[in-house]
Structure formats: C-alpha cells, structure tokens
Ligand binder design. Structure first.
Ligand SMILES: [Zn+2]
Length: 437
C-alpha cells in the first residue's frame, strides 16, 4: 500500500507540521512582482517537493481559491495526473552536467500555451556539478518571462552562494514527534492497520521524523510484518561499545561499531540519536559515576548539535564517523578525573546530618604527640683552657666564677651545693674533657 502517494497533501492547509514554510509560500504567491526563485531546504521526506507541487499548481490554477489550488480545473487535474506541459520536475541527482542545464534552458524557452507560468521543480539540486550550477545561475539571473524555479535541497551548503542569495529560502523543520505519531494513528485507524501509540512513536524515531518514510513503514505493516521487524532498535551493547571506545580513544572500535550498525540498516542520524538518548538515560541512573556524568556532558555538547545538523545525503556516514571521533576527543581520560572522583566519593561518604564540633575538628587536626627520641650525646667542642685556672688556691676559694665550680664554691655569685661529678683527667695535657658516660 503506497500511503505516501495516497496521503500526499494537495492543499496548503493539509501540509503537516510545516506552518512557517507554508505561510511564506502562501504570502509569496500574493506578492507582485512574483519572486521567481525559491529554495526549499530541509531533511529528506520533510515535505519540500509536496509544497513545491502545491505552489506550482496554485500558480497555474484557473479557479484558485485565495492561494489554494482548486485541484479540479484542467490545469490542476493535468498536474495531479503528472502530464502538465508547463510544470516540469527534474531530479538534480540525474541531471548533473552542463548539457542537462542546457536542456532545462531550452524547456524554459518553450511557450506555455494555456498556462500562466512555466514551473521547474528541481529536486536534490545540490547534486548538480559546479559548472552546471554556474550555468543554472545564469538562467536564474536572467529568467525567461513567467518562469518560476522551485529548487529543493537537503544540503544547502553544497549550493553556490550566488544561487542561494538569489532565492527566497523556505526552511523545513523536523516535524514534532507527537504530531507525526497522531497523524500515523489517524491513518492507521482509517486504513484499519493495527497500530499502538508506542509503535507509532517507534516508527517516528526509526524514520527520524521523515513523514514520507513513516508512511512507507506504516504501509508495510501487516499481520506478518510487525513494527518491531520494520523498526529494529539499536542494541544497548552497541551503544556501550561506542562509549567505551570514547573512553579508550579507540577509533578502530568506533569504525567497526559504526559499520556494523550501518550494515544493520540503521541511518547515521538514527545511530547518533540513539547514542544521545542512551547517554542521557545513563546519566540519570543512581549508580552512575561522577566521571561518566562529567564526560557525558562533554560528548552531548558535541553530539546533540551535530545530530540536528546531520543530513541524509551520501556524506552522512562520513560525517557521522567524524562526529563520533570528535566525541571521543571530547571525552577526558579517566586519570584526569580520578582525583575529582575520589574527592567526590569521600564527600558522599560524609554523614551530613552530624556536623562535627570544633573540639572534634581540633582533635582531628591536632598535631600528633611527640614521640620520645633515643638520647643522643652531644659532644661539645673541646675547649682550650689554661691549666693554672684549675689550680685551687686561697684566692680561688671565694672567686665569683671558679671553674670548674667546686662544691661549696660559687658560680655567678651563687654557692654551688650540688654534688658535682668527679672530674678526671682534669689536667690532661691542659685540655679539659667532659666525662662522657
Ligand atoms: Zn485549479
């Protein structure tokens, strides 16, 4: 069942979730003179070509209601049956050369007979070669009368700046998941396809919000083929492997895991989104280490903006790999955070309900008591004395500082009463030596 074709909106008011782009398109159709070049920028399946077709029909409708095409007149009917002579749709991926642009230019010169405007819708216009884009630019700078160009691209930055600056740009956003899930539930109900709300969200996540791909998936659901078969979820083990590879800066492991996931039919954007969701889920777990939370914060700062910007073109896989490398570089090795972890763990172990008293803190931080050290004899430097000083005579008996002080003698005017050690070798060659025991 081809649901994308069956449910393709044919009026502005039926386009889902692109109100800004729709309003700009409607307002542009009422302006005079009419803008001749429009650039529709957005992810694959976001509704760019659908809106371009509605605009093309509106421009040529002979019974227009406001800006809405009637979808009944000959012009509208011819376009809906894909045989309108003045409305052409070209895929830029097929028409990449200068000769192709020459064909386009010739087409533009043809008279449009009954139609007011010749409209050229060019899908994937960024895939045209640079010379082809330059030839296209000349056409846009000096467009044939009553010709309108509706260019669609998923990768705006691959277009010449001079083309972009000539065009009115309509940006298509990723449609909100609740809106798409509700839309899928309605269609499933109408088509009698069994679908739970959880399955509708799973289809959205797997297809990255692309309404066209969501409808394709829904159209394939049957008794035999379940949503689970069509939208497999990335195994947590693969996401863990990627996080471990970041920690180890193991680029080979990153490459290998990415290749395996791509081989399992996961889109690069889906892989990054799943990694973001998994990392956030891990951060909120009670047993997650501080090291992980610090690093998760760093890699999310890399992954989230990059995931939002990641297109679905041919280079998405390479871009995805480089984004994963960048995340690995952002992840700080364990050693740098080990100290912070240790401090954090110790802080966590503190019983915060019991604040220690100042006495306890003083006791905790008081210096350790001095331990008695083994006695070491200090050997004084021998003093050279004159032998005659030690000759005790009458005159010395009452001298103020007889040396060495005798028992009963005086030192500094105080009579020495203590029992002095017995000095030996007092006259040992005139050198006084302390008795060392
Ligand atoms: Zn009409």
């Amino acid at each position: 069942m081809n649901l994308p074709i069956k449910y393709r909106p044919i009026r502005f008011d039926r386009v889902v979730g692109q109100s800004v782009a729709v309003e700009i398109a409607k307002a542009s159709l009422l302006q005079s003179p009419l803008q001749t070049t429009f650039l529709f920028v957005g992810a694959s399946g976001s509704g760019k070509t659908t809106l371009a077709r509605i605009m093309a029909r509106s421009l040529n409708c002979t019974n227009r209601q406001g800006v809405e095409p009637c979808n009944q007149c000959d012009s509208c009917q011819a376009h809906l049956k894909d045989n309108h002579l003045a409305i052409s749709e070209i895929n830029g991926a097929d028409k990449t050369g200068v000769d192709d642009v020459r064909d386009i230019i010739e087409k533009c010169q043809l008279h449009t007979l009954d139609s007011k405007y010749r409209v050229l819708i060019i899908d994937e216009c960024h895939q045209m070669s640079k010379p082809a884009q330059n030839a296209m630019l000349k056409l846009l700078e000096d467009p044939p009368i009553d010709t309108v160009f509706l260019l669609c691209t998923t990768e705006e930055d691959k277009l010449l700046e001079t083309i972009r600056s000539r065009a009115r740009i309509l940006r298509f956003q990723t449609v909100a998941r609740d809106l798409v899930a509700g839309y899928l539930m309605n269609i499933a109900h109408h088509e009698q396809i069994p679908l739970t709300e959880a399955e509708a969200y799973r289809i959205y996540e797997y297809n990255q919000g692309s309404i066209r791909r969501c409808l394709q998936t829904l159209g394939t659901v049957s008794q035999r083929v379940t949503v689970e078969d069509l939208c497999p979820q990335i195994a947590e083990a693969k996401l863990q492997t990627l996080l471990l590879a970041f920690e180890a800066r193991d680029y080979l492991s990153i490459d290998r895991t990415l290749q395996e996931l791509i081989g399992d039919r996961f889109y690069p954007k889906h892989i990054l989104s799943a990694l973001v969701d998994y990392t956030i889920a891990m951060m909120t777990r009670a047993d997650t280490s501080r090291n992980f939370i610090v690093n998760a914060d760093k890699i999310l700062a890399v992954l989230i903006p990059a995931t939002n910007k990641l297109g679905s073109g041919n280079n998405a896989q390479t871009s995805c790999r480089l984004i994963l490398y960048e995340a690995a570089i952002a992840w700080q090795p364990m050693a740098a955070d080990r100290l912070a972890n240790q401090v954090s763990d110790e802080l966590n172990q503190l019983d915060r309900t019991q604040v220690p008293t100042s006495e306890q803190l003083q006791a905790q931080y008081a210096p350790a008591p001095m331990q008695p050290q083994p006695y070491q004899v200090q050997i004084p430097i021998p003093v050279q004395l004159q032998p005659e000083q030690y000759v005790h005579g009458q005159g010395n008996r009452h001298s103020v500082n007889s040396y060495p002080p005798q028992n009963g003698g005086y030192q500094n005017g105080v009579q020495v009463n203590q029992q002095l050690p017995t000095y030996q070798n007092i006259h040992n060659n005139g050198v006084y030596q302390l008795p060392i025991q």
